[in-house]
Design a protein around this ligand. Sequence first.
Ligand code: C2E
Ligand code: MG
Ligand code: MG
Ligand code: MG
Length: 283
Amino acid sequence: YCAKSEGLGHSVYDPARDSSSTQRLALMGELPEAIESDELVVLYQPLIDFRSGAIAGAEALVRWQHPVHGLLGPDVLLPLVEQSGLMSLLTGRVLDRALAQRAAWSAAGLDLDVAVNLAAPNLIDIGFAAAVDALLREHGVPPRALTLEVTETIVAADPPRVIGVMGQLHALGVRLSLDDFGTGSSSLSFLRRLPVQELKIDKSFVLGMDGHAHDGAIVRMITRLGHDLGVSVVAEGIETAAVYEHLRAGGCDRGQGFLLGRPVPADELARLAAAEPAGRAAA
Ligand code: C2E
Ligand code: MG
Ligand code: MG
Ligand code: MG
């Protein structure tokens, strides 16, 4: 095959053009060790509190720093993990890293919470909540400092079972967030059965606010719905100051997006959070 690294950080591996199952199998063969090694990279994207303009937390986003193919994103990595049956292992490693990081930030005087994405295999695993509990205790992180992000698609896979596991997680005291909200087909019927404390508006609507009146209307509706339900509302995909200002004026609680900060290594996130927080919105 012809995929070649252009050096660290940049990937030229294009899975869409990779029809070779031998290459996929090769990557899958490397995966179990990679997940347990430094090749598994966790980046942190700032979550901004609209009221203070400060960094209130960060979402952990996984990458595979492959020695040959460069930095592989979730679009390549997650299907391989799924096919290999390694999702529980991956989530465990990302959670472990993120909680260790949160503990380190806290020790450095930074009050940041951390969000981790879950996948379907985690939420049909009746042992998952106990594993999360054990990791929280190991790292001495209070449950409320951890947000677990779940999509409607995951819930739809097996509603009774997923809702059961979410109930156990809720009972631990961790926050649950409904990620990519608005893109699922059954948002509203599920909503009242889910023990979530946060709606995370999908970035397609937020990106679309620049220019499309309908997307602005949808975002305002979701924000009101969330607040009427007593949960907080987060917008992802904020790329422009105009969208930021609309969301702030509309009462959205938190924001995430390239305007506010890209996913970065943990030490960089700490530098950003320690630096002057005010005036971010104006910048
Ligand atoms: P997500 O959970 O909805 O995460 C937000 C994604 O939107 C991230 O992509 C982030 O980099 C991107 N994003 C943030 N702000 C902007 C913006 O202003 N504009 C645009 N265009 N994009 C923005 P990323 O890191 O490639 O992750 C993609 C998805 O992969 C995530 O979507 C999540 O569903 C999944 N994922 C990432 N890390 C993990 C993980 O550790 N475990 C699991 N199960 N899934 C993960
Ligand atoms: Mg997410
Ligand atoms: Mg999302
Ligand atoms: Mg997404």
